[in-house]
Ligand binder design. Sequence first.
Ligand code: XMP
Length: 512
Amino acid sequence: MKTVVILDFGAQYSQLIARRVREAGYYCEIVPYDRPWKDSLALDPAALVLSGGPESTLAEGAPTCDAAVFASGLPMLGICYGMQLIAREVGAELVSGGAPEYGPATLRVLDPSHPLLAGVPEQSRVWMSHGDSVQRLPGDFTPLAATPRCSIAAIGSKKRRMVGVQFHPEVVHTEYGKQLIENFLREVAKITPNWAMDSFLESSVAEIRERVGGRRVICALSGGVDSAVAATLVARAIGEQLTCIFVDHGLLRKNEAKEVLAAFRDVLHLNVIHVDAAERFLAKLAGVEDPERKRILIGHEFIAIFEEEAAKLPDVGYLVQGTLYPDVIESKTPQSKAGHKIKSHHNVGGLPEHMNFALVEPLRALFKDEVRALGRVLGLPEHIVARQPFPGPGLAVRIIGAIDEERLEIVREADAIVREEIERTALDPHPWQYFAVLTPVKSVGVMGDGRTYANLVAVRAIVSEDGMTADWARLPHDLLARISTRIVNEVPGVNRIAYDITSKPPATVEWE
Ligand code: XMP
């Protein structure tokens, strides 16, 4: 398939560029900036986007791409660092650190007739983040737009299909960013849209059928959107040959196991083995307080049970995994820092390599929002498609300290109230995630005429784009009041509620 190739120079926003290109209806992939161009030819490149990056093009050893990229003659959009690279390549004059600009700026269009700026008003807001600037352009290039501190904020060539913008069109803070990216693809590169979920569905079904042949395929379901969409897609391709295994660890939310099972069996008609393993997990977790230990125990137990169940099925050839595109992007930051491990993630996408099955990963090319769109095309119920993120280890990481049946019941009931109250209130923006946490703190209260000494429940609601960073949601006070009153009245063992007002960073979304 024709691909828009995004060369990643270590930008914070490369994935956002890719999402915008896909939203505009074009298939794209992200490749590391220094990949030899001949290795990218297999992608059938139709156009190129050079991303931003943390370096200065003027620095010694500044990251640069294979010279063959420029020689390819393909239409090219440079963003921030990418624009500077184009400018450097064509012999423009660059200056370092002259007028750095970070944050919002007003863009003034200088050449409204250029196709890159079609539909962009004379003035609009853009998001800047740069230290270097382009000072003078060679003859066949012209400045297309400027900001008060940057006289050349967009460039275009009269001879080649080459354009660049100093600002970031991929972020929402750039008012006409989406339009600019579309203009590049449609008006400058003049390529034909080739990416839509219904055609993706069709080609995936054919591919899965061809790959799997007559063998049996298994899939672990978690109730989460990725495994649900992956399973439904595979079932669409091979029907009865797919067996799903739903390992119910007993750490799901109120009624969730029942609802998930009903959706899978009755609505989607999937072949599901339900393993009620709540007791097994609770026994493993008894007395365990350390968050990492909990995560690791749950991950191991999950895999053990899945393997036991899989071993009971004859002739299994393939395992479905809900791996997504962000997990497979080969990223290479020019100055990569090894990250510290904050939490061991457990999810159904990560079953062990030692299981001797070939993998079917039908979502490998997709971003999360595309998985949701595909789920809708497949007819998945909205409560599964729009489900808020939920950690693999479930409520175990929302009970601080040791877990037992009684504490699970408290957090489950409190969580159900938080969800119900937030979901029945019109909020803008709607929080991205919201839940209750059972703390190990007890405090004194008074109910009726009696003294109580009972549990403290914390309520967490966040706004976020992707869970990587988050801010606490400014929920209306009367909504918080309703949540607090209901939990204290309806959940035995709770006499006090606190609202978590920390952003991420420095906190994380989950408490453990
Ligand atoms: P943290 O707590 O790391 O959470 O700020 C970021 C997002 O990830 C979710 N989360 C998980 N998701 N397996 C998952 O699939 C896990 O083990 C896990 N732990 C946290 C969390 O709910 C939030 O949306």
